[in-house]
Every structure is written in C-alpha cells, then in structure tokens.
Ligand binder design. Structure first.
Ligand SMILES: C[S@@+](CC[C@H](N)C(=O)[O-])C[C@H]1O[C@@H](n2cnc3c(N)ncnc32)[C@H](O)[C@@H]1O
Length: 244
C-alpha cells in the first residue's frame, strides 16, 4: 500500500467516528471479533446523524470501504449527501480517513468496526438513504464462509437501516457470492430489484474506476456483477440462507 502523508489522530478526528469517543480505550465487546482493534463498545446508542455531520443531509453507508476510493469520489461529487464508511481493518480505515482529511471533505466519516454490528446496533431504523456493499471478501474456503459479511441477518439489518424508497447497491467480481447476495435480497419483500439502475452500483466516474477491487478485477480481465434494490414499505424479514 502506498503510504499517504501521515496525519495525527487530532488531524484525522473530524473524519473518524468511534462509538467509544470520549473514552481513552474502548472496552472489548463480549464475543466480538476485536483482534483488529475495531471500536465497538458494550452499550450501543444509535448514531444521531444530524449531530455527527452538523446538517440534515441524507446519509449513505458503505460497508467494507477498503482504501476508500468509492467514498472519495462520491463525497466529492455529491456534497449534499453525507457518507459513512465502515471498515474493519484499522490501517485501511486510517488510510481512507487520511484521503478525506487531505481534501478536507466535510461530508464523509469513517468507522473502524464490524459493519454487521454497526448496522444492527448503531444505525437507527429508516435513517439511511442507501447502503453500498462493493466487492465484499468472498472467503472461498467452506469453513471460512461464515466470515462473509453479507448474510440473511445482515441483509435484514440493512433493510431496517434504509428508509423506504432508499437503495441497496451491490457489486462483486465473484459470481458465486454475488448470486448468494442477490438470492437473499430477492427473497425479501422489503426490497424490490431495480435492474434499470444496476449500472449505478459502484458507478464509474470521470476519474475512472469506482473502487480498488473493481480496478483489480477489470485490469485482470475479470467480470463484475452489479445489482440495485429499492427499499419497499414492506416489513423486514430474514431470508433463508441460500449457502448455509
Ligand atoms: C475485498 S475488499 C473491498 C474493498 C472495497 N470495497 C473495494 O471494492 O475496493 C473488502 C473489504 O471489506 C472489509 N471488511 C471485511 N469484513 C468486514 C466487516 N465485517 N465489517 C467492515 N468491513 C469489513 C475488509 O477489511 C476489506 O477492506
């Protein structure tokens, strides 16, 4: 990874959200995967987006931001939308936060946390305009598949987070995992597929690729699958797992 200019914690603070802000060291949650230093306390409170960003713009969440390229483009291109990126690996979160800090982008924050926990416990129902999940880790080996972020429970938590009329954006370069994701979402009455909008998942910009993993896939001649779903007004259900 090319090292960006190193900024201090104080310089990065406006771009870093921590559920444990105000405490010197966040407590390790019971049973949580915290080896990578994710900031998740025991007693969650819902995030107040308006006080976090200082305005009432709609909020879009990205799960697994990696080095943060998608949010860099999106936050620059859409200053009237707030973006919240969740990344479980601290060095990637800080890399992304540094990119936003250097450009002084006011409408993007990053969290170092397990996105499954954040969506389930910290995001108020109906408070997000969109959730983006781009190139999630496929965890190929059968015994590792339980580590995948996109499960029926995760999809249900995303549905709870997204306001009716909002969007769930999905992209992957792994056909098998993509098919699992869309099978889960297609089985949920709380989502309706919008094939007419599929190109808006990880959309290209004038600057090129939408995400680092999309660039890797395209440069090696791979395929990319994309889907967009609209949040309906139906109650949230948990789909059966198509890949148990
Ligand atoms: C294959 S990378 C894709 C990164 C980026 N979306 C892209 O397209 O370039 C998947 C990212 O998701 C992160 N990740 C994996 N599980 C996660 C979880 N439970 N919560 C948040 N981030 C997670 C990984 O650390 C990694 O940075």
């Amino acid at each position: 990874m090319r090292k960006p200019r190193r900024l201090t914690d104080e310089q990065l603070a406006p771009w870093v959200w921590s559920a444990a802000s105000g405490r010197r060291r966040p407590p390790v949650p019971e049973g949580a995967e915290n080896e990578q230093g994710a900031d998740v306390p025991r007693s969650p409170t819902r995030i107040n987006w308006e006080s976090l960003y200082g305005n009432a713009y709609p909020v879009e969440i990205e799960v697994g931001t990696g080095k943060g390229l998608f949010l860099l483009h999106a936050a620059t291109a859409r200053p009237g939308t707030n973006f919240f990126g969740i990344e479980i690996v601290r060095k990637y979160q800080l890399y992304a936060a540094t990119r936003y800090a250097i450009r002084n982008l006011p409408n993007v924050k990053t969290a170092c946390a397990d996105a499954k926990v954040v969506l389930r416990d910290f995001v108020a129902p109906g408070s997000a305009a969109a959730v983006h999940v781009y190139f999630p880790d496929p965890w190929w080996k059968a015994r590792h598949k339980k580590r995948r972020v996109f499960t029926p429970e995760f999809a249900a938590d995303a549905a709870r987070a997204i306001a009716p009329g909002g969007r769930l954006y999905l992209a992957s370069d792994v056909e098998e995992y993509f098919n699992v994701m869309i099978a889960i979402v297609r089985a949920m009455p709380s989502f309706a597929e919008r094939p007419d909008e599929a190109d808006r998942a990880a959309p290209h910009t004038a600057d090129g690729y939408a995400t680092n993993f999309e660039r890797k896939a395209m440069e090696t001649g791979g395929s990319v699958w994309r889907a967009v779903f609209e949040r309906t007004a139906e109650a949230v259900t948990v789909a059966a797992d198509p890949a148990p």
